[in-house]
Design a protein around this ligand. Structure first.
Ligand SMILES: NC(=O)c1ccc[n+]([C@@H]2O[C@H](COP(=O)([O-])OP(=O)(O)OC[C@H]3O[C@@H](n4cnc5c(N)ncnc54)[C@H](OP(=O)(O)O)[C@@H]3O)[C@@H](O)[C@H]2O)c1
Length: 293
């Protein structure tokens, strides 16, 4: 039987994780706010992921808020030694489910302590500084001040490693001059390829790139080409979208999100799916078509 190990591994700083991981954001309630509609089902998804060999889980204390981390703790403690939990800081939630930037030294320290408490950890494996200079995506601006705050929390032993999220190439370069950056987590998928050059740069330096919305996010990818390729290969469109990412670059680590056991199993099964060159060429057309419209 194929296991997820056959998709290979990559380094996250001083840790090595399997390239097929899991993103926990979908476990919170609608709008990533409040409790899940089925708590037992959410716990079952987390346990199944780890049972199938997932050793990289992405989360944040602002999912819920607190909910996703509390579910991870309940489902998975005591944590396996090889499990790497990656979290992110830089936003807070309003009572109306809104997301607002939270980058002051106090807010960042509070966020780290919230993550530690709700995950039940003494130190966080990896913390991504999730930039939020613009509501809709990456935007330029110096990241020195908040990154130095995280570096200080790292020197105090609360954070083991630091990553960036929603960052431009310039911000990644700036960040790497200030601290050791072990991963970058940005939006990237078959249809949304603004980070092509950044991925290649990071690959050359052995740094992980973790695409968020690998399946398109809240509105999963839909494309005739994707469906046609999937049909020919006897796979689902979502599996083809994930397999394409695995073949795109060796430093890509996947964290597809789902609240469904069935979808989780389907996503992890891509470990045994290899896309032929002709399919890759066809799939590459999806982003060009997107750019043209
Ligand atoms: N750094 C950031 O700013 C940021 C932003 C967003 C997300 N993230 C992280 O990235 C992770 C992944 O992103 P995401 O979960 O938002 O988006 P995603 O992985 O692109 O897609 C999730 C959506 O696809 C559906 N889905 C999953 N597997 C499926 C399958 N096999 N067939 C059909 N539908 C499927 C899910 O619904 P079901 O629940 O019904 O399966 C959900 O609606 C998150 O969990 C989070 O940890 C980070």
């Amino acid at each position: 039987m194929t296991t997820i190990a056959s998709a290979g591994t990559f380094t996250l700083g001083n840790r090595t994780v399997k390239r097929l991981g899991y993103g926990a954001m979908q476990l919170a309630g609608p709008g990533v706010f409040g409790p899940p509609k089925d708590r037992e089902a959410a716990l079952a998804v987390l346990r199944e992921a780890v049972k199938q060999g997932v050793d990289h889980i992405d989360t944040s204390d602002f999912y819920g808020p607190h909910v996703t981390n509390q579910l991870i703790r309940e489902a998975l403690q005591p944590y396996a030694d090889d499990l790497v939990i990656v979290t992110k800081v830089g936003a807070k939630r309003g009572a109306d489910a809104s997301w607002t930037p939270a980058f002051s030294a106090d807010e960042l320290a509070q966020a780290v302590h919230d993550n530690l408490r709700n995950l039940g950890l003494e130190a966080l494996d990896v913390v991504n500084l999730r930039l939020m200079f613009d509501a809709h995506g990456p935007a330029e601006g110096s990241i020195e001040e908040p990154l130095r705050v995280l570096a200080d929390l790292q020197s105090r032993g609360l954070i083991r490693q630091i990553g960036l999220s929603n960052a431009t190439r310039r911000q990644v370069a700036e960040g790497r001059r200030i601290a050791e950056i072990v991963c970058t987590q940005n939006q990237y998928n078959l249809a949304h390829r603004e980070d092509d050059a950044l991925i290649d740069e990071l690959a050359a330096d052995g740094i992980a790139y973790v695409p968020f919305f690998p399946l398109g996010g809240f509105s999963p990818l839909q494309s005739e080409t994707l469906s046609a390729v999937a049909g020919r290969l006897g796979a689902t469109p979502m599996q083809v979208a994930l397999a394409w990412l695995l073949q795109r670059a060796p430093n890509i680590l996947l964290i597809p999100g789902t609240s469904s056991l069935e979808h989780l199993r389907e996503n992890l099964a891509v470990a045994s799916l290899t896309l032929p060159d002709a399919a890759l060429t066809e799939l590459d057309e999806i982003s060009s078509a997107n750019t043209r419209t």
